[in-house]
Design a protein. Structure first.
Length: 201
């Protein structure tokens, strides 16, 4: 519910200056490829899972769209640590939310329009197990794909996106007086598709 309210506030703020422009709302669903972070003494794995979210775009020109994107992944973390967990073990489930703002450039003038986008924003990682701390990181994004329009208002969007949280981690593993805190940068690749709903002029 908090995510929905937050997105609604963002959409209202973004749409107000562009009320005369065409806007696109795209609910999306897809697959998030797992990621692995190696550290001295072991590694952490963010498991592959499905992903869902929403992209909201305002057409600044015929070729440039300013976009806000939210995506959520419900997944799990596994660990292998040579001292504390010598066998790969489930550590905790985690909810990952990505928030991105940026620009997308479309090419061509037919119903099928390839695109390339650059975004920046933040990601939140919230473990289910309370002893592990959640974290918020600065995240960069690169995307590419295709839009196909059946009409001026309705189309489909398929894309791949690479998200790059700059600093991820903060998971402490250990017992007694020792332990390890693991964190770093990871790459998260996803593949999604969705229905484009066009509004405005």
């Amino acid at each position: 519910m908090k995510n929905i309210l937050f997105i609604a506030v963002i959409l209202l703020a973004v749409t107000h200056p562009f009320y005369a422009q065409k806007v696109e709302i795209t609910p999306q669903y897809g697959y998030q490829v797992g990621a692995k972070y190696n550290y001295y003494g072991g590694y952490l794995k963010l498991k592959s899972s499905d992903q869902y979210g929403l992209t909201f775009g305002v057409n600044a020109t015929d070729d440039i769209t300013v976009e806000f994107m939210w995506a959520q992944q419900n997944t799990g973390i596994r660990i292998k640590d040579f001292q504390f967990a010598p066998q790969e073990t489930d550590l905790t489930d985690v909810v990952v939310n990505h928030y991105q703002i940026g620009a997308m450039h479309m090419f061509g003038y037919s119903e099928a329009r390839p695109f390339f986008g650059l975004t920046a924003g933040w990601s939140t990682f919230n473990p289910d197990v309370e002893i592990y701390n959640g974290t918020t990181t600065f995240t960069l994004g690169v995307s590419g794909g295709l839009k196909y329009f059946f009409t001026d208002r309705i189309g489909i969007r398929i894309q791949s996106q690479l998200l790059m949280p700059v600093s991820w981690g903060g998971v402490y593993v250990g017992g007694g007086g020792g332990g390890v805190t693991a964190g770093g940068s990871i790459l998260q690749l996803n593949f999604t598709g969705g229905l484009i709903i066009g509004l405005g002029n």
